[in-house]
Design a protein around this ligand. Structure first.
Ligand SMILES: [Zn+2]
Length: 478
């Protein structure tokens, strides 16, 4: 599949100028050491967007990204911020453009330059902000998510520029690179940013390089993403704490009542038991159970929860987790009956599920199951919509053929259990754009976790695939 020539009936090879895959592959190979060095420089900037971290690093990261994009042949590079809903300025985003020739399409290439907090440094084998290559993998916070997505865009543009210098045609497509600075903090200024810069960002095809491939050696297009609803449920049972010996027995403590309430959220098989939530159709590919157990580090002897295929449970059904509990800590425990306790609930919703309807169903379930008539209150948190790609768009076909050429094997359509809520925002602002969700990760990348890494062989293929995709869109295939 990597051959770019097809044989004419008389056996003479016929060049297919639209592909140039062999030439582009050679350029990607030759340029890759410099691209890897750029990725390593970015990883050394601890651009954690979470508020508790020094935001000067996020600003430095935006500057570094702007310099990279300028070097990639984009003449118009800007660092921009929009306000968050609370009126504070958002993190710096970088927008770099080369306008489309008359009548040609524009492709928006998205990535984010901020990263998750490193978490417990002791859990990392090496310093999270000092990139280290071990075998085929480069380790470091952001090495995959999503600084690799960013350098994939840069690498594709560099390879295409080299192709043009070789005498190949210039890319007949406009390019806008949009590198966000607060994706890992929930993109709070994203909608405002789209509204403020709608014209600057308008595109026919949007490539979001922030997801994963199926596994090393097998590319994927992410065609569905779950959405998210979260909030805090509080259980109150007493006006104030009382002695657990003097009063214990006739009244249960709030921690116990909260546990009983939380226990109603799943049935005995582990399926979400909230009435009224919808599921999407079962996916075409499945996630091997042994691989899932290994990837998620499920301990031996622990049974998996829920019913149906593993991929269906991850992508097509709701999932409900308790992600935090406010209760007296063990260290501060005293012999009292707790008057109140609270839990933060995180509900992942499949494509087809309206977030507000899901939240209403969850809230109704919690209120209907108030144990012993305890006072149950719900404080809403975030909402993010799910995503399902349009089936079989021209851009999708162009991406599939580019991926097949780069990997030598056809891509699979996957869902992702996680959420990228801004994709729904992009579609709302640019309803006619085709959105392609591509990725640099593989199941071993451990994005957000300790020992995050990118597979460098795969990253080369991602760069080549994106260069080919841009050629194909430019040739009218997108
Ligand atoms: Zn990401």
């Amino acid at each position: 599949m990597t051959d770019t020539r097809s044989s004419a009936p008389d056996g003479a090879p016929t060049a297919r100028p639209v592909d140039d895959a062999t030439t582009l592959r050679a350029h990607v190979e030759r340029q890759f050491p410099a691209l890897q060095a750029d990725l390593e420089r970015l990883v050394r900037i601890p651009s954690v967007s979470a508020a508790a971290f020094d935001q000067a690093h996020v600003a430095a990261s935006a500057d570094a990204v702007a310099a990279l994009l300028r070097g990639a042949g984009l003449p118009d590079v800007r660092i921009l911020r929009s306000d968050r809903p609370d009126g504070t300025p958002g993190a710096p985003a970088v927008v770099a453009r080369r306008p489309a020739p008359e009548g040609a399409p524009t492709v928006l290439l998205y990535a984010h330059h901020d990263v998750q907090p490193p978490g417990d440094a002791a859990a990392w084998a090496t310093d999270p902000f000092e990139p280290v290559q071990v075998g085929d993998r480069l380790y470091g916070r952001g090495a995959a998510d999503d600084k690799a997505g960013l350098v994939a865009h840069v690498g594709a543009l560099r390879a295409l520029a080299a192709l043009a210098e070789d005498g190949g045609a210039d890319l007949p497509v406009g390019i806008t690179v949009f590198v966000e600075g607060e994706e890992e903090s929930g993109s709070p200024s994203f909608r405002r940013f789209l509204a403020d810069h709608r014209e600057l960002l308008a595109a026919d095809v949007i490539v979001v390089a922030d997801s994963t491939n199926w596994k090393v050696g097998v590319p994927a297009l992410t065609t569905s993403l779950r959405g998210l609803v979260d909030g805090v449920v509080e259980v109150e049972v007493l006006g104030h704490a009382v002695h657990s010996g003097m009063f214990g027995g006739p009244v249960l403590d709030a921690n116990t009542l909260l546990a009983r309430l939380v226990a109603t959220l799943h049935d005995d098989a582990g399926n979400v038991a909230v009435a009224g939530l919808v599921s999407a159709p079962e996916p075409e590919v499945d996630y091997d159970e042994a691989a899932f157990r290994a990837d998620a580090s499920v301990l031996d002897g622990v049974a998996l929860a829920g019913e149906g295929t593993i991929a269906g449970r991850l992508w097509a059904k709701p999932a409900l987790s308790v992600i935090g509990i406010d209760a007296t800590s063990v260290a501060h425990a005293s012999n009292t009956i707790a008057p109140r306790a609270a839990a933060k609930l995180s509900l992942r919703i499949p494509p087809g599920q309206d977030p507000q309807a899901a939240e209403d169903a969850l809230r109704a379930h919690l209120e209907a199951h108030a144990p012993f008539g305890a006072r149950v209150t719900w404080r809403p948190g975030e909402q993010g919509r799910a995503f399902h790609a349009a089936d079989d768009s021209a851009a999708m076909r162009a991406a599939r053929s580019a991926f097949a050429a780069a990997w030598g094997t056809d891509p699979v359509d996957i869902g992702v259990g996680g959420s990228i809520p801004f994709i729904a925002d992009l579609l709302e602002f640019f309803p006619d754009a085709a959105v392609l969700v591509t990725g640099v990760e593989d199941p071993d990348s451990r994005a957000h976790g300790a020992d995050e890494s990118v597979h460098l062989g795969e990253l080369r293929k991602v760069v080549l695939a994106e260069a080919l995709l841009l050629r194909r869109v430019g040739a009218g295939e997108g």
